[in-house]
Design a protein around this ligand. Structure first.
Ligand SMILES: [Zn+2]
Length: 628
């Protein structure tokens, strides 16, 4: 997932339980007990109802009995209505099973306990008839007005971290991997897509009866099960790549992401074969709360990454890289998220370098480091640790820059000590070794000690490894990126601020998104209104359709009360739902009484368009403070 720093407010000190040592590999965020029973396959049959915002149908779970005497199966659910549960004793015999839904935990949802007959062994199928509720945390039902085409509604799922349980009853833990089949019934004219192979899907036109069948033959964790439903068109961009999008976005998306096949080829050269068949992109409505989500075979992508000049395609490199780090070798628990995200950011850099060159890679790395430093400045020490203690906390809290950028800098540090080629080869073998497994930090450490360290015995010490994995902050030995391109932008900014260069004479027309963001981000707190108007007149910054540039420009506008940009501020906040692009603006507005008033007025208008994941974080910021 590509998402940054929205959970800082939720980062309270860990719970009392933190005094006990962590049981390595134990998932504290699931009620499931995979040592008793383990789900190995899921077969879904769901009807999509946009009118009452519900999915309704049955889930057949194929389950392996692990403990011979176990008689209770516990599944994760959140806000599901469970209608009936059966044991499929044979093709013709459905045996009703007793079940109870436990008390609802605000963070984890409610355990579904099912009595299992002792003769159900060694493998059996449980059928659950259920429906979701409109408030399901993993589903967003988007109204037609909030889509690109504005003609039809849109539904998309976001299962990571623990939201799959809000639309499917299952063992919602990254260490339980399953294959799946699905039949999805949607209104005729609409199209369903999933993180799976389409069985009956002619990508050129939607199914006349609205029934779509899918199969995912590779075993994946629950957080990678994904569904999108909308009035979607398809355009191929390569032999195994393509884009699903609404008509209004299709051309722009197909152009922007035309280099995806090249990225796959570059990745395969470095890290081994791409094992998932096709790699398509689903372009979501702007309310998607994240940058992207690495759902296998079909990454979910924010339309705010379409800049028109392919300058934000590192996002695609990121989601694609997850096909190795994350989807193939998966974190066993959310404490181990850095194994997914840190490795992925490192791979992303390797892919960007191969396809776009070192200049662009280093600009992106410098900006990533800035983001990490900002987070480290705000986070308590316990939250600056790669292998973080998340007991008693929402796993969505872990998605700060720490597992992403500090995690990537750890691999960069290894490649500095052992050589880039040696580390690439090590990663290639590591992905092979743990393919289709979910592992904990300590398993990675063991593999590292057995396979990389002996290649150069004195290159790193155990104390250094401990510091990287288990200590807060950024180790002094970190190898930090540098960008010559940004040094030139710094000079340009200085000359413009000093009045030595007119705005129109800046090299702004040649700058890409990164250079513009760097130029604006480095502005002093106060810039005279006349200077802002001059810059705006020369480059139409207020009117920019590039959401990344808008973000930094609007932040300057807020702190300098540059009123010409206020209408844009409102339209930005009411159309975009990607947290990284909206939360800093609300935070900036809240710094003054007049700004706070504007923030709350806009939020009330915008809130119905935001995803539940976004409103959970923003309500704390904007509604709690509104109370006396
Ligand atoms: Zn990611």
């Amino acid at each position: 997932m590509k998402t940054f720093a929205f959970a800082l407010l939720l980062s309270f000190a860990a719970v009392a339980a933190a005094a006990d040592p962590i049981a390595v590999g134990r998932d504290y965020h699931s009620f499931a007990e995979p040592t008793a029973f383990r789900v190995k396959h899921l077969d879904l049959d769901l009807q999509t109802s946009f009118e009452d915002k519900r999915l309704s149908g049955v889930a057949d779970l194929t389950i392996t009995r692990v403990a011979p005497d176990a008689n209770k199966l516990t599944l994760d659910t959140r806000d599901l209505t469970i209608r009936q549960v059966w044991w499929l004793k044979s093709a013709r015999e459905l045996v009703p099973l007793r079940f109870t839904l436990g008390a609802r935990d605000a963070m984890l949802g409610a355990p579904l306990n099912i009595d299992i007959p002792i003769e159900a062994t060694p493998e059996f199928v449980v059928r659950i008839s259920y429906q979701t509720r409109p408030e399901a945390s993993g589903l967003q039902w988007v109204a037609p007005a909030q889509t690109a085409d504005k003609t039809d509604p849109f539904l998309f799922t976001q299962s990571e971290a623990i939201h799959a349980r809000s639309w499917i009853p299952l063992q919602d833990s990254p260490q339980v991997r399953m294959t799946y089949d699905a039949t999805i019934r949607v209104p005729p004219g609409m199209r369903a897509v999933m993180s799976a192979q389409s069985e009956n899907n002619d990508s050129a036109k939607p199914a006349a009866d609205g029934v779509y069948r899918f199969t995912m033959p590779q075993a994946i964790p629950s957080y990678l099960i994904a569904l999108g439903v909308g009035k979607l068109a398809f355009r191929a961009t390569g032999p195994r790549t393509g884009v699903y999008a609404e008509s209004a976005t299709l051309d722009a998306a197909a152009y922007e992401f035309a280099e995806t096949e090249q990225m796959i080829e570059a990745s395969e050269k470095l890290f081994g074969p791409y094992r998932w068949g096709r790699y398509d992109l689903l372009i979501l409505p702007p309310s998607f709360p994240l940058g992207g989500m690495e759902n296998p075979r079909l990454s979910f992508i924010t339309p705010t990454s379409i800049a028109g000049d392919r300058s934000l395609t590192a996002l695609i490199a990121h989601e694609l890289a997850h096909s190795w780090s994350g989807n193939l070798v998966t974190n066993a628990t959310w404490r181990d998220l850095w194994l997914n995200e840190g490795f992925t950011v490192y791979l992303q850099g390797r892919i960007v370098r191969a396809v776009y060159g070192e200049r662009r890679e280093s600009m992106e790395e410098v900006q990533d480091l800035d983001g990490l430093r900002k987070d480290l400045g705000k986070l308590p020490p316990a939250d600056q640790i790669l292998a973080i203690d998340l007991r008693g906390r929402d796993p969505d809290d872990v998605f700060t820059q720490v597992p992403y950028i500090k995690g990537a800098l750890f691999i960069t540090w290894l490649s500095d000590r052992f050589g880039v080629d040696t580390v690439d080869k090590f990663l290639h073998d590591y992905f092979d070794h743990f393919a289709f497994q979910s592992i904990a930090t300590e398993q990675f450490r063991g593999y590292l000690e057995a396979h990389l360290l002996p290649q150069k015995p004195r290159a790193v010490t155990a104390a250094e490894l401990d510091e990287w994995m288990f200590a807060p902050g950024l180790p002094k030995s970190a190898v930090l990126p540098h960008s010559d391109a940004f040094a030139l932008v710094d000079v340009a900014r200085k000359n413009w601020l000093a009045g030595k260069t007119a705005a129109a004479d800046l090299p702004g027309k040649q700058w890409n998104t990164h250079e513009w963001v760097h130029f604006l981000d480095g502005m002093p707190a106060q810039v005279p209104a006349a200077k802002l108007s001059e810059l705006d007149a020369a480059y139409a910054l207020t009117a920019s359709g590039n959401a990344e540039i808008s973000l930094v420009w609007l932040r300057i506008a807020i702190r300098n009360e540059y009123a010409s940009a206020y209408p844009k501020l409102e339209s930005h906040l009411t159309t975009i739902g990607r947290q990284r692009l909206i939360k800093p603006l609300y935070e900036d507005l809240l710094k003054t009484p007049a700004g706070a008033e504007r923030a709350r007025a806009i939020y009330l208008k915008a809130r119905p368009n935001y995803h539940p994941i976004a409103t959970t974080a923003l309500d704390q910021l904007l509604l709690r403070k509104a109370a006396p």
